[in-house]
Every structure is written in C-alpha cells, then in structure tokens.
Design a protein around this ligand. Structure first.
Ligand code: HEC
Ligand code: HEC
Ligand code: HEC
Ligand code: HEC
Length: 436
C-alpha cells in the first residue's frame, strides 16, 4: 500500500445523498472548455468557500499542493516527475506527456475537435474529466432552476448518481476498454504503481464539495456503507469486462496485470510462505494455477451473503465456476465470466433498490472479521482495511492493528494478517461490552 494512505485514513467516512438511478448516457461529442472557463469569483474560482449553494472555491481545493485533494491537478505533472520519467525510459519511450497510453488517465484526453476555448492538456484530470464536457451545460448550470439529474441530455454527468460516479472513477482507477485507460503489466514492470481503489474512502480524499454528516445519534453511517457496497460490486463487474476484453487480445501470454501479483511474485524458496498462501482455499482453483485478481468479486459475494439470507445467494458458486474454468479453454471460461457478470448485475440492482439496514452492515462487518478467503492475497487484505474504515470501525484501531500488516506487499503474510484481524475484532467486542 502506498505510504500516504497509511495513518492518514483516520477520516470518518461520510457520504452524500443517495441517488442510485439507472445509468445515464455520457455524451462523447461535447467540447471540453477547460478549467479556466470554470474560474471567476462568481463561479468556482474563489479563495475561500463562501458560496451559498456550493463552496465556489473548488478550483483552489483541486489545486491543493501536498495533499490528495490536489492529486488530480498534479496528474499531468507527475508524468514528467522522476518516477514518470523512469517509467517512460523503461518503456523505451521519449516523452510520457505525449503518449496517449499515459494521458488517457492522467489528463482529460479528448480528440482535438472536442478541445474548446480554454482546454489545456496540462490541467491534468480536470473538472470536465468527471463532470463531462461543458459546451452545452456551462451556461445552464448556474441557473436557479438547474437540476443536475435531469441534464444528462446536455452532456452533464450527474455524479450524485452513485453508479455513474463509480463508473467514472473506475475508468482510471481500475481501467476501461475505451482505449488508453489500462495499466499493463509492462507499465507496472516499468515502475507504474499497482492500482488500488475503494470508492467511499477515495471520494472523501478528493472531496471539493460538502459531504453530508450522519444524523445525530445515528450509530452507523448507512449511506457510506451503501457507497462502499456499490463500489465493490461495480469494480467486480468492471474487472470482468476488462478480463473479457483483454482475453480477446491475448497473445501467448495474457495480460498479467489482471492476475494476482503474488501468484508469481512470491519467494518460492520460502516453503512457509507457500503453505501460508495455500491454506483455506475453497475457491475452485487448482494449486499451481494462475490466479485471477478476484478480490472485488469476493467482496461482492460477502455483500450478497449479508443481504440475502435465503438460499438465493449465487456469486460464491459462480466465482468457483469461473476459477475452475481458468484451467479449461477459452469458451467455458468466457461463459463462466458471463454468468458471473449477470449475477453481479442482479446484485447491484438489489443493493441500489433500498437503503441498507443497520443489521446488514453489522453482518457485513462480522463476515469481514471472520473471513479467511478475503485476506488470501495482499490486494484482498488491503480492501479489508478500506472496508472496515468504510463500515465505521474505529479508524485508530484499524490503523493500530492492520496498517503495519499491509505496509509492504512483499512482506505480506496471510496468516499474520488473519491474526491481527482476530485481535482487532476482540478489541472491538471488548470495547462494545465495556460500553454497555
Ligand atoms: C488506467 C489509468 C492509468 C494509466 C493508463 C496510467 N496511469 Fe499512472 N496512475 C494512475 C493512477 C490511478 C495512479 C494513482 C495510483 C494509486 O496510488 O492508486 C497513477 C500513478 C502514477 C504515478 C505516480 C504518481 C505519484 O503521485 O507518485 C506515475 C509517475 C504515473 N502514474 C505515470 C504514468 C505513466 C508514465 C503512464 C503511461 C506509461 C501512466 N501513468 C498510465 C492511472 C493510470
Ligand atoms: C475526479 C473527479 C472530479 C473532478 C476532477 C472534479 N470533480 Fe467536482 N465533483 C465530483 C464528485 C464525485 C462530486 C460529488 C457529486 C455529488 O455527490 O453530488 C463533485 C461535486 C462538485 C460540486 C458540488 C455540486 C454538485 O454537483 O454536487 C461542484 C461545484 C464541483 N464538483 C465542481 C468542480 C470543479 C469546478 C472542478 C474542477 C476544478 C471539479 N469539480 C473537478 C468529481 C470531480
Ligand atoms: C481521468 C482519470 C481519472 C478519473 C476519472 C478519476 N481519477 Fe482519481 N486519480 C487519477 C490519477 C492519474 C491519479 C494519480 C495522480 C497523482 O498521483 O498525482 C489519481 C489520484 C486520486 C486520488 C489520490 C490518491 C492516489 O491514489 O494517488 C484520489 C483520492 C482519487 N484519485 C479519487 C478519485 C475519485 C473518487 C474519482 C471518481 C469520482 C476519481 N479519482 C476519478 C485519475 C483519475
Ligand atoms: C503470471 C505471472 C505474473 C503475474 C501474475 C504478475 N507478474 Fe510481474 N512479472 C512477471 C515476470 C515473468 C516478470 C519479469 C521478471 C524479469 O524480468 O526478471 C515480472 C516483472 C515485474 C516487475 C519488474 C520488477 C521485477 O520484479 O522483475 C514488476 C514491478 C512487476 N512484475 C509487478 C507486478 C504487479 C504489480 C503484478 C500484479 C498486478 C504482477 N507483476 C503480476 C510475472 C508476473
């Protein structure tokens, strides 16, 4: 895990109003007018948050230096930083800041015909990367009668729609099939960081807008839990669509960045480590088989099991079938992936339908504490860390027990993480007993 996240995530995660409507279409043709067209003291260019409806200092927040709030603004600059240069050199390229393969996620890359008056590639991940090209809505959206949810027709991306928001973030934080938005194993080998993402926490880390606080006396933050759940399921589904897409392109060697890094990058001479990772395997994989990086799917299964208490749960079985099919040939594999995607879509609709009950959140937490398969790999353990924070477990405690465990992927031990998790749970229950 990147150094910055550790210890920093002492933020209680709050979230904004629910709006889980169906997807809207994002218009691809609108011109992107550039950050300068959002400036101005009557607009988003104030120094302080003095606005009545929104802060109006969004640009200043987005430009924050030395904090995650400013990461999107810096996204272009990092391409020419020391690491960016090293990656480029290792790729055998001249200049990353001219390569679509990098600009696709580090800037608001659009075709020339869509580059409007103040468009600048150097703006990095700019307002319109997320909110949509503003050609048709710029002059409408400050009107008193503006209702974001009804303006998809003018190219405005309504990010209060949780599903749409998740899709927008995942394009860059997991990858997309749109072209120029995928971090290959080659790029990772050249030095690109592994991508790690969790919707509810990452959105707090870049919030340039007001985040609703939980109501007084509300024990659990239901909305954040729902965003967390939806983020997991959407990521699981996106992952499978990347797998299918890359599988079509597969040469002799498939795209390795879609597999569990530790499947290959572990010290095979260390017998202890091997036994450790083989234990508790109930996921359909054969020992020695290449392992898909299926952590979001495992969380989706956990969400399903906490939500439906009858026998209609299906994700776990479908995942086993897919993992078995990895060792078979292409057609059975594609079929298994298709079924799993359909299962995830159903689950997503279910999560979006009604607000989550406090009891469901407690069940999810209990399952996370006791699950062995979630923490099988490093990426899963990292997501357990995010999940416990998102689901309202005391952040100091989570950091105390778990942050060392995930500080360094190469030192990760499944067994040690499990033990730390058990200790954390014991601490939690002793606290809640003493609170009675
Ligand atoms: C799929 C989207 C995507 C693509 C394509 C991509 N990146 Fe990134 N890059 C990211 C994300 C997201 C992060 C932040 C990673 C994290 O910490 O989770 C990042 C981080 C980085 C960093 C580290 C920045 C820091 O603050 O330390 C560098 C440098 C970088 N990328 C360079 C590149 C270069 C060079 C290319 C092209 C070879 C490239 N990226 C392609 C999404 C992408
Ligand atoms: C990484 C994606 C991203 C970028 C970049 C971004 N925003 Fe946002 N913005 C969001 C999300 C997500 C929300 C929350 C939407 C919600 O929940 O209603 C938001 C909310 C807002 C809001 C509050 C009003 C509303 O619709 O909720 C304003 C105003 C805003 N953004 C302006 C800007 C401006 C100006 C910039 C450029 C300086 C910018 N944003 C850049 C994602 C982004
Ligand atoms: C167009 C691509 C793009 C989109 C869309 C995008 N991001 Fe990012 N994001 C990046 C890149 C690239 C970085 C790394 C930049 C850097 O290190 O300076 C990053 C960094 C971040 C960071 C700082 C932590 C880190 O990993 O470096 C947070 C938090 C974040 N993004 C949240 C979000 C959220 C939440 C959304 C959706 C509302 C979102 N992003 C949408 C490209 C994107
Ligand atoms: C199927 C096996 C496999 C998987 C899965 C895999 N890698 Fe690799 N990786 C390799 C091989 C082979 C090399 C090349 C080793 C060499 O050049 O000596 C490599 C090289 C690398 C390197 C360059 C440094 C080094 O150790 O040689 C990095 C960094 C890296 N991989 C990161 C990752 C990350 C991050 C993931 C997960 C997203 C991942 N790998 C998944 C097989 C794999």
């Amino acid at each position: 895990m990147k150094r910055f996240l550790l210890g920093l995530l002492c933020i209680v995660s709050f979230s904004m109003s629910a709006n889980l409507q169906a997807d809207q279409k994002i218009s691809q043709q609108d011109q992107h007018l550039g950050v300068n067209s959002c400036g101005g003291s009557m607009c988003h260019g104030r120094q302080h948050s003095t606005g009545d409806v929104v802060y109006q200092n969004e640009i200043a927040i987005w430009q924050s230096s030395h904090s995650y709030l400013g990461a999107h603004h810096r996204a272009y600059q990092v391409l020419n930083g020391a690491l960016g240069k090293a990656i480029t050199r290792n790729m055998g390229w001249e200049d990353a800041s001219k390569r679509g393969e990098c600009l696709g996620c580090h800037t608001d890359l659009v075709p020339e015909s869509e580059q409007g008056l103040y468009y600048q590639i150097t703006d990095g991940v700019s307002c319109e990367s997320c909110h949509g090209g503003s050609e048709r809505w710029l002059k409408l959206h400050y009107d008193a009668s503006w209702d974001a949810s009804r303006h998809a027709d003018v190219g405005y991306v309504d990010l209060s729609n949780q599903n749409l928001k998740a899709q927008v973030c995942l394009d860059c934080h997991l990858g997309s099939n749109k072209g120029n938005q995928f971090v290959t194993h080659e790029m990772m080998s050249a030095g690109h960081p592994r991508l790690a993402f969790e919707l509810s926490i990452f959105e707090d880390l870049q919030a340039h807008y007001e985040i609703a606080q939980p109501k007084q006396g509300q024990e659990l933050d239901v909305m954040t839990a729902q965003v967390w759940a939806l983020g997991q399921i959407t990521a699981a589904e996106r992952y499978l669509s990347l797998v299918l897409h890359r599988e079509v392109d597969a040469t002799l060697v498939p795209e390795l960045s879609l597999f569990d890094c530790r499947a290959c990058h572990q010290d095979f001479a260390d017998a202890g480590a091997v036994f450790d990772s083989v234990q508790g395997r109930d996921d359909g994989r054969k020992i020695g088989q290449l392992v898909l990086s299926d952590y979001n799917i495992r969380f989706a299964s956990l969400i399903e099991l906490s939500l439906v208490l009858d026998s209609s749960a299906q994700i776990a079985d479908l995942l086993v079938q897919m993992n078995r099919a990895v060792a078979l040939s292409r057609e059975p594999f594609r079929e298994a992936v298709g079924k799993l995607r359909a299962g995830l879509m159903q689950l997503k609709a279910r999560v979006g339908e009604a607000s989550m009950e406090a009891e469901t959140i407690r069940r999810m937490r209990a399952r996370i504490f006791t699950s062995d398969s979630l923490v099988r790999d490093y990426a899963g353990a990292e997501q357990v860390y995010f999940a416990l924070l998102a689901l309202g477990v005391d952040s100091d405690q989570v950091n105390l027990f778990l942050s060392d465990q995930i500080a360094e992927p190469s030192k990760f031990s499944h067994r040690a993480f499990r033990e730390a998790l058990i200790e954390l749970e014991a601490e939690q229950s002793s606290q809640s007993i003493s609170a009675l």
